[in-house]
Design a protein around this ligand. Structure first.
Ligand code: DON
Length: 357
């Protein structure tokens, strides 16, 4: 063998060796990026921040709507509070306004109680016992309980939500409450707690919910003591969240159940599609059809003024602004999310959402 051949072989094997070392070093980080589950059509953090800043400026002085007052404590909340947060499935955050102010989660809690019931009983049993049909009626409707074939309707109207709480397995009402709060906290990635003033205020005035629970008992559609179930439900509605924490809870759903910050798989991956479908059908009550038409994102509202919208595989948008419309949905939150969704092209039913023009 000539000297030049030996040199060529030596050079080749050195190159191969170096390539092998490079693969060993860089492949795990490439894999890590894939595991972050970032959508290839997700906008950059800077693009999202610019859109949020615009939405905040545009709707900040909007005075449409009125705070809920059937729960007296909610009427006391400053109606000018307004915060917008987006958190992506790779844990990037963009925000504006009052994002660290705690407010009561109210009906948004129903999403996570549904998720917990599904963890425990499986989706089929929850669907059979609760259902997922829009009621076309207000969230506290007695008529819906009488008329709907399931009586519960879905997990997001008050009757269906109280029945969902009754499904959660625990040796006592206190243990059930602890379990729910722990589950919500895992979704938020930090410890959440009850807002005592809101709880006391609602517990003193929730005669309608007690009537709904009694009616469910008549139809045999509640699965634990009705009085205890209403009390645990009232506590879950009184959990305090900030817009930031709510966005993380939403991002956990967007990330198919895995909290993007803690990395914990909080909700079974295979249950998320059903939860999001329920949010699409009934997340904004009798405003859900219009919301799906105009915005095209699964979302859930609460009478505390919060709304969280989910963009599967990409992230979540949470907005807090107390004044509500007739259906009980925050006016400014709806406007801000609709604006952000339109500018970012994330309506799930649009070609833009999959990267097409
Ligand atoms: O039971 C109630 O009426 C309240 N704790 C929750 C209602 C609610 O948030 C409806 N949402 N838009």
């Amino acid at each position: 063998m000539t000297d030049s051949r030996v040199t060529t072989r030596f050079k080749l094997s050195t190159v191969l060796l170096l390539a092998l070392i490079a693969i060993c070093f860089y492949a795990p980080s490439a894999l890590g990026q894939a595991q972050a589950q970032r959508s290839p059509v997700a906008p950059t953090k800077e693009q999202v921040q610019a859109v949020i800043d615009d939405a905040y400026a545009q709707f900040k002085t909007d005075t449409e709507g009125k705070n809920a007052d059937y729960i007296p404590a909610l009427a006391q909340v400053d109606p000018k509070l307004f915060g917008i947060v987006v958190i992506s499935t790779d844990d990037q955050m963009a925000s504006a306004g009052d994002i660290d102010r705690a407010f009561s989660i109210q009906s948004i809690s129903k999403v996570f109680s549904l998720a917990l019931a599904m963890e425990e009983l499986g989706p089929d049993e929850v669907f059979a016992k609760i259902g997922s049909e829009p009621t076309g009626r207000p969230f506290n409707s007695v008529e819906a309980v009488v008329d709907m074939p399931t009586h519960t309707g879905n997990a997001f109207v008050n009757a269906g939500a109280i029945a969902t709480v009754s499904l959660i397995q625990a040796p006592s009402a206190d243990a059930k409450w602890d379990k729910l709060l722990d589950f919500y906290s895992k979704a938020a990635g930090e410890k959440l707690s009850l807002l005592p003033d809101v709880y006391k205020s609602e517990a003193a005035t929730n005669t309608g919910n007690r009537a709904l629970a009694a009616l469910l008992l008549k139809y045999e559609r509640i699965y634990a003591d009705p009085v205890e179930s209403v009390d645990v439900y009232t506590k879950q509605c009184s959990v305090g969240v900030t817009a930031k924490q709510l966005a993380m809870m939403g991002a956990t759903l967007a990330n198919f159940g895995k909290n993007p910050m803690t990395g914990e798989q909080v909700i079974k991956r295979e249950n998320v599609a059903e939860i999001l479908s329920a949010m699409t059908m009934a997340g904004l009550y009798d405003g859900s059809g219009g919301w799906a038409w105009h915005v095209g994102l699964p979302a859930k509202s609460g009478v505390g003024g919060g709304i969280v919208a989910i963009v599967p595989g990409k992230g979540a948008i949470a907005v807090f602004a107390p004044p509500l419309d007739e259906a009980g949905n925050s006016v400014k939150a709806q406007k801000a999310i609709a604006y952000v969704a339109d500018k970012l092209g994330i309506d799930l039913f649009s070609p833009q959402s999959v990267g097409l023009k």
